[in-house]
Design a protein around this ligand. Structure first.
Ligand code: AMP
Ligand code: ZN
Length: 470
């Protein structure tokens, strides 16, 4: 298997640290709002990477964090007049629902920054002891970038270049820095912010330290793969390397993988441009499997443009696969032919095998899901033109199981879900109304979320709540 490694800027053969095992860390979202469809890209892409490793027989230890202490979370908590943990816990729960809708498997471990403070204090302490960090007069602890000559190796930046760029920018509150490239490991609390005791000041961690600490705790000092969106290469991942390698004295991650950005109508997705969609909003218009299928239609390193037309095309593509699988399921019930394959079917089965090999070759080549999806479409075409009522049950089953397996490796569900009964939906709506009356808005929202996952759209009207299927 080949993986494009951001560190070396080339495709490299994947050789695990431990035979048969993959230790993988993916930077997760900052939980201050519903995740947007850009955040969904690394989730879908690296879940697919994980699933493919599992298909190949590897045991994958997959860790992905929730950043639950951050300025945006604190600001939202101040706006609502609640504790920061109320905001982060709410959006962690919402994020998990969206992940389930996208068929992203839960990680082996989903650590949260606020629950890992002890490990962060220990790592910062080690860095100070080894001379890689220092404490400024106000109690801020900075990482000393000059103490790590390899700083810049991931983003391919050179320290001097960085310094001259930074010289222009004077950041208030960071006067205690020895060097403009140095970055915060621990900072003093501000009024109204969550804080923890530390030997340096009452305060909270910088962002980068959490990932170094969680990777170490749940995967070890050395890991196989570290991944995230390409915006994280610098400074986040560069800083993680500096912290981990200086604290642990070992190379940190062997392979660094980064997904390209998702744009909308060829423009950068941003709140100010108004071209901003949450996964939840998309789920009101589409089955989230369509969004997953759309994302996998492109190579993960390419930029990807989101548009209504492309989503429609993905919807039709997914439908084509599901229709073929549905037809094979029907044929399984009816197949009249000989139990074992005929000579002609054996030839077709060999063609199926070749397509599986084509799919695997695409995935082995830096997870080229776009070509892997093409191989699935070729299988669908072969199925549509060769399987009929005269086919043997063996051939029909072989086709069906193969298409289902290859889709499953990408997290694509081929089975058309049995629609929930109207009575069941009515009962859930009733329960939501009662929760609202009792001012239990958390429960009401949860029920609405469940209904949305089932593809049910609610509309509050003057005549009461109306609903329809998406
Ligand atoms: P954040 O919550 O901003 O820390 O982002 C969580 C993950 O989503 C990171 O891996 C980001 O790189 C990724 N991400 C954010 N926006 C986009 C986007 N528009 N396209 C692709 N990935 C994104
Ligand atoms: Zn991270």
């Amino acid at each position: 298997m080949k993986i494009f490694n951001t560190l070396s800027r080339r495709k490299e053969e994947f050789v695990p640290l431990e035979p048969g095992k993959v230790k993988m860390y993916v930077c997760g979202p900052t939980v201050y709002n519903y995740i947007h469809i850009g955040n969904a890209r690394p989730m879908i892409v690296f879940d697919t990477v994980r699933r493919y490793f599992e298909y190949k027989g590897y045991e994958v230890n997959f860790v992905s964090n929730f950043t639950d202490v951050d300025d945006k979370i604190i600001n939202k908590a101040l706006e609502e007049g609640v504790d920061a943990s109320v905001i982060s816990e709410r959006f962690i729960a919402e994020c998990r629902k969206d992940m389930a809708g996208l068929n992203v498997k839960p990680a082996t471990t989903h650590p949260q920054a606020t629950k890992e403070i002890e490990g962060m204090l220990a790592m910062i302490h080690t860095l100070i002891e080894k001379g890689h960090a220092y404490v400024a007069a106000d109690g801020t602890v900075y990482f000393r970038t000059e103490s790590f000559p390899e700083y810049g190796k991931l983003s391919h930046k050179n320290l001097d270049e960085l310094q001259s760029g930074f010289r222009e920018i004077k950041v208030t509150g960071e006067e205690g820095k020895e060097d403009p490239n140095d970055f915060v490991l621990w900072k003093p609390k501000k009024e109204g912010e969550p804080y923890w005791e530390s030997p340096w000041c009452e305060g909270r961690p910088g962002w980068h330290i959490e990932c170094s600490v969680m990777a170490k705790r749940y995967l070890g000092d050395e890991i196989d793969i570290h991944a995230g969106g390409e915006d994280l290469i610098f400074p986040h991942h560069e800083n993680e390397i500096a912290q981990s390698e200086c604290a642990n004295g070992k190379p940190f991650a062997k392979y660094w993988m980064h997904n390209g950005f998702l744009n909308i109508d060829n423009k950068k997705m941003s709140k100010s441009l108004g071209n901003f969609f949450t996964v939840r909003e998309i789920s009101e218009k589409y089955d989230l499997q369509v969004l997953r299928f759309f994302m996998l239609g492109a190579h993960y390193r390419s930029p990807l443009n989101f548009s209504a037309e492309l989503m429609e095309a993905s919807k039709n593509g997914l439908e084509r696969i599901r229709t073929a699988v549905g037809k094979l399921a029907e044929l399984q019930q009816k197949a009249q032919g000989a139990v074992s394959m005929t000579a002609a079917e054996q030839e077709n089965a060999a063609a199926v095998k070749d397509l599986v090999a084509k799919y695997e070759a695409a995935m082995d080549d830096d997870f080229n899901t776009a070509d892997a999806v093409s191989a699935i479409f070729e299988l669908v075409k072969l199925s549509n033109s060769t399987a009929d009522e005269k086919s043997s049950p063996a051939y029909v089953s072989y086709l069906k199981e193969t298409i289902e397996k290859l889709c499953d490796v990408m997290g694509i569900v081929t089975e058309v879900k049995h629609e929930a009964l109207d009575a069941e939906i009515e009962a859930m709506i009733q329960a939501r109304q009662e929760a609202r009356k009792a001012k239990n808005y958390a429960l009401a929202d949860e029920i609405r979320g469940k209904l949305s996952d089932m593809g049910i759209i609610l509309e509050d009207t003057r005549e009461g709540v109306k609903w329809k299927r998406a």
